[in-house]
Design a protein around this ligand. Structure first.
Ligand code: HEM
Length: 218
């Protein structure tokens, strides 16, 4: 830890939540995401999202795993249960997709490169991870729409959307408690916030790229 801790500072999770609120709204209200939550996205669109997210999670989780030994914050906050690559592989197998044949969109390639550039910056990786881990809060609700729209019965095709089942609120609560207990200084939390912003922008761009790809293929 390089910066001092100000006892009056807002907890890291409060800053993350407050300072990325507008980006959350933008991610939630994008047409691709909105169609998914309304159960109006074609099934192929959902599967395409899982494909791109595999590439993102694979890069990020490999980075977190490599950084774990040298980063007390990652060691404290990130449990291996939070890695989503295995769930994505299960879902893609259910839909008959070969994970080695996935074609990344330009936006996915850009985000993966951004993650790889952060390989020596554990707090950037952690800030990015916060966004994906936090998205499980919304995914619980989206899963309900998907079950109906595609006639899915969990866990079939829904491992990624429901990684913790009923335990989701308690896993998220532990994530936040552990992050706030790291005692990160103001500048360090600013690094988390910048990284979270980058992840939100990357996911928004991926959704837009999938929307374009879908329009081209119709
Ligand atoms: C229609 C889509 C979405 C819905 C309905 C939704 C809904 C929610 C809900 C209900 C929460 C819990 C808020 C709370 O406990 O106060 C939440 C939190 C969160 N969501 Fe979403 N979400 C959506 C999309 C996304 C996307 C696409 C991302 C990431 C790119 C994302 C990232 C997060 C994060 C990081 C949090 C935690 C915020 C915090 O720090 O408390 N969400 N979302």
């Amino acid at each position: 830890m390089t910066t001092s801790v100000d006892a009056t500072a807002r907890p890291a999770t409060q800053r993350l939540r407050e300072e990325t609120r507008d980006l959350h709204t933008a991610a939630e209200k994008g047409p691709y995401q909105a169609a998914m939550v309304m159960g109006r996205l074609p099934r192929a669109g959902y599967v395409a999202m899982l494909e791109q997210m595999l590439l993102v999670h694979r890069a990020l989780e490999a980075g977190l795993e490599r950084a774990r030994a040298g980063s007390p914050a990652i060691a404290r906050v990130v449990t291996r249960e939070q890695y989503q690559e295995p769930y994505l592989l299960e879902d893609l197998a259910y839909f008959g997709i070969d994970p080695d044949a996935i074609e990344a969109t330009g936006a996915t390639r850009a985000l993966v490169e951004e993650i790889e550039r952060a390989s020596n910056d554990p707090l950037t990786l952690l800030g990015m991870h916060y966004v994906l881990e936090g998205s499980n809060n919304g995914n619980r609700f989206i899963a309900k729409a998907l079950m109906k729209a595609y006639d899915l019965t969990p866990p079939d095709g829904l491992c990624y959307m429901l990684p913790y089942g009923e335990r989701q609120p308690e896993v998220w609560s532990a994530f936040k408690t552990n992050l706030d207990a790291c005692g990160l200084g103001d500048e360090e939390v600013t690094t988390l916030v910048r990284a979270a912003e980058a992840m939100y922008r990357g996911i928004i761009a991926i959704h837009a790229s999938l929307q374009e790809r879908m329009a081209e293929r119709v």
